[in-house]
Design a protein around this ligand. Structure first.
Ligand code: HEC
Length: 149
């Protein structure tokens, strides 16, 4: 009974649509990112930075990766003006239309049209810790939601 109450409490305050994320669907959506991004143990820089533990990570945090910078509208310049973190909100906007968030950014990707694709790929990305080992994505997303309160 007690666990039921706790469960109900979590459901009430968590972003329920994300908690319902579908790992298999998210893995498929991630195929669109794979040419440029790596996840998992020993993830390397590719055209884009590795995405281990990207949720909750500061913008432009991968050392040695050449992020867009130097002029207005680039990732580093936007981040320098006001430091930002990749959370569900910023990631959703960025993955929907990268140029809306970072107008002069380097990510040559048109964006994901379907909300469910965005939700599921975020869920998938939440399943990697900093070393690329598996973690429970729901715990990551609940923690993040709690921090934002
Ligand atoms: C054609 C290559 C390409 C594709 C495809 C691509 N990206 Fe990127 N991505 C990049 C590049 C390059 C950057 C660096 C952007 C900058 O410096 O402005 C980036 C940056 C990012 C960042 C910011 C990381 C950080 O460290 O701040 C995230 C998050 C991200 N991409 C997620 C995704 C996801 C999820 C997908 C698939 C849905 C995807 N990208 C598809 C090339 C790509």
């Amino acid at each position: 009974m007690r666990s039921l109450v706790v469960f109900g409490f979590i459901c009430l305050f968590a972003p329920t649509d994300l908690l319902a994320g579908d790992m298999e669907a998210g893995t498929k959506v991630y195929n669109k990112c794979k040419a440029c991004h790596a996840v998992g143990p020993n993830a390397k820089k590719k055209v884009g930075p590795p995405l281990n533990q990207v949720i909750g990570r500061s913008w432009g945090a991968i050392e040695g990766f050449k992020y867009s910078g130097g002029k207005e509208g680039t990732l580093l310049v936007i981040h320098e003006a006001e430091p930002r973190t990749w959370d569900v909100e910023t990631l959703t906007a960025y993955l929907r239309k990268p140029k809306d968030v970072i107008p002069k950014g380097k990510m040559a990707f048109a964006g994901l049209k379907k909300d469910e694709d965005i939700e599921n790929v975020i869920y998938y990305l939440a399943s990697f810790d900093a070393d690329g080992n598996p973690v429970d994505p729901e715990a990551v997303l609940v923690d993040l939601a709690a921090e934002g309160e």
